[in-house]
Design a protein around this ligand. Structure first.
Ligand SMILES: *[C@@H]1O[C@H](CO)[C@@H](O)[C@H](O)[C@H]1NC(C)=O
Ligand SMILES: *[C@@H]1O[C@H](CO)[C@@H](O)[C@H](O)[C@H]1NC(C)=O
Length: 270
């Protein structure tokens, strides 16, 4: 009797310990995914669902703060394609949204940071939207971009074959460091590999030519081990002010896909 009770207490203590550890910053996959779907539904309808956010969320478009109630989120969009990365450790998500409509196309990357409010569930506390439009990219063609990304394999990687968070982030950072002068090293390219630059797709020359320029700074990450995926928002370009969206997919240590989009300047966003 006594032994059983002690063993049971031991198990209880172990469970409590692991719950306490998981509680710190770790969010449930399904809850993150569900909230992010609410974000996508809000953008589709142009009506900000009150379930999405905490009472005073930070909402940014191309790194500029805006009032969410009069933001781009209130522009209804017919979204043709979405892909979401889920970062349980940092309680964040990244979604790519493509609107292919040739008359009014958009490629949008959104990183959302959630707050675990307990009984009220997850609430978005920071929404970072980066919007790419034809103004900045002469070759911009969202229909082409959509066809390329739609043909790619972004299936979930079984746990035993997943790369570590540290490796995913290291490879993403190495790629972004190509531009900061000490670049020009070989990355662990997969065979095959592909690099999407806006609407241009490169499968032979996956490694970009890294002309010396400014380092990509102000990097914001979302890391999804299950998809081998990393989303990074950063500032780059020759004068260090262009906003970039990068998406990476690594499969068993090999870089399979790199996607890069450049933000339009804020004035031309809506
Ligand atoms: C946006 O509108 C909602 C619902 O009307 C309101 O609760 C919220 O305070 C508003 N947010 C801002 C930043 O004004
Ligand atoms: C965009 O790409 C699609 C598919 O490749 C093509 O049919 C269309 O003509 C292109 N649009 C423009 C404006 O180049």
């Amino acid at each position: 009797m006594v032994c059983l009770t002690l063993a049971a207490l031991g198990i209880l203590a172990a469970v409590q310990f692991s719950l306490a550890q998981r509680g710190a910053g770790k969010c449930q996959w399904a809850a993150l995914r569900m909230q992010t779907d609410i974000y996508i539904e809000s953008q589709t309808s142009g009506e900000v669902d009150p379930l999405l956010t905490s009472s005073s969320p930070v909402y940014r478009e191309n790194y500029k703060q805006r009032d969410i109630n009069t933001s781009f989120l209130t522009t209804p969009l017919k979204i043709d394609y979405t892909r979401t990365f889920v970062d349980q450790r940092d309680c964040k998500t990244y979604s790519q949204l493509i609107v292919a409509n040739p008359k009014n196309p958009y490629i949008i990357g959104t990183q959302i940071t959630y707050d675990n409010t307990g009984s009220a569930g997850l609430k978005a506390k920071i929404i970072d939207v980066v919007i790419s439009r034809p103004s900045t990219e002469p070759q911009f063609n969202a229909t082409k971009t959509l066809a390329y990304v739609d043909a790619e394999d972004w299936s979930v990687i079984v746990t035993a074959k997943q790369d570590s968070r540290d490796l995913l982030k290291m490879v993403a950072n190495s790629y972004l460091d190509l531009w900061s002068g000490n670049g020009n090293f070989e990355l662990p390219w997969g065979t095959p590999c592909a690099r999407l630059e806006g609407s241009e797709y490169y499968t032979e020359e996956c490694q970009p030519v890294s002309l010396n320029g400014k380092a990509n700074t102000d990097r914001r990450y979302v890391v999804d081990e299950g998809l081998g995926a990393v989303s990074v928002f950063s500032k780059g370009g020759s004068d260090g002010t262009l906003l970039d969206i990068h998406e990476f997919r690594l499969v068993q240590g090999k870089l399979r896909y790199v996607h890069h989009f450049t933000a339009s300047d804020a004035a031309s966003v809506v």
